[in-house]
Design a protein. Sequence first.
Length: 454
Amino acid sequence: MTDTASRIAALAERILGTPLPVRVRAWDGSEAGPATVARTGPPSPSDPAPVPAPVPAPVLVLRSRRALRRVLWCPGELGLARAWVAGEIDVDGDLYTALDLMAGLIWERGEDGGPRRGALALARDPAVRSAVRELLALAGPLPPPPPPREENRRRKGLRHTLGRDREAISHHYDVGNDFYELVLGPSMVYSCGYWSDGGTLEEAQRDKVDVICRKLALREGQRLLDVGCGWGSLALHAAGEYGVQVVGVTLSQEQAAYARKRVADAGLTDRVEIRVQDYREIPDGPYDAISSVGMAEHVGKVRYREYADDLYALLKPGGRLLNHQIARRPLRDEETYEVDEFIDAYVFPDGELAPVGTTAGLLEDAGFEVRDLESIREHYALTLRAWVANLEDGFRRACLLTTPGRARVWRLYMAASALAFERNRIGVNQILAVRTPDSGASGLPLRTREWRAE
């Protein structure tokens, strides 16, 4: 048996300038790399800085030469992602540990200049070029196969037009309601929960939709616009518990059909209307309150001021907006920001993240008064870990409900995202903003964090 794994590990070390942090198993069964690694578990309120403990090293499994060809022909995150989605690369052991150990080589290598610039600098090194040639010989002469069919590659025209946004939303959300039920659980809420110590995912999601209703000060008879209403969970809670009239809009046909059935089953068709409609095409304002939960990440930098203007125009004077949105850390040079290749190709086509300060500033530019900002970053990490556990528990069924490649996409992106929230690479914030009337009366209580509904 040849020792292919040792050759790969040695060549990779020459290219990266550091030993591989995980063990490698090649297609011939050979292995190389550390036997154990130091793993730090996820932070928690009771143990915010756990002491690293030695654990068996996760094994990066290269199932065939094609995996190596994919990475060499498309260096970086996208090549690895294609091999993962195709099942040519796998992890034997704890996925979180493997991703945590490899983060410095994939997502965080050369943060200021971006991974692409780091790769260009490496390519100028003669020793690196020699190692790459040896790996190419090991991988075989053929180019990699086409990208997996789960990759979204057929985008045309300008970003964030009505038509292109519909295609992007369909790619992500029209995967199958049964698949999302398996991952999200009975709540069918696809944004982070609002956790308490010892709570469950369902309790966290119930508390999240309720705190949104309380922040919006919903009262019976008011009109709520839920932008990006998903499968209708917030709309159902607001109508059932607070007596408001709700219009929920989504661009996903499958979400709308599912939400309408839930509304009918709950006997709330007189209070909740679910539409397949873009936020830019809503004709029937004004509303007393607007919720936008996990939707604004799809808007894009070039359209965000338009988004803020549209929501401002749809609110009555004195009305409140609750904008729940993922944010990234600011860069020293914002012009170097690049969309995550894996997320863009496989998860959220055309999605963009902005620093929370940029978001708050654009809302203020549109006329809103920003009254409260709550960061709930750790809550999203907990939520993602719960979703990953659901997916892993039902992985075989998930593959049948969609495709094995799609199930692998969701497992990777949710696990990697959980680590990104835990490491403070990204965050999530609830911004409460008011269309304050000319009188200056915001309508908020003096102690806003009590969030009384009266």
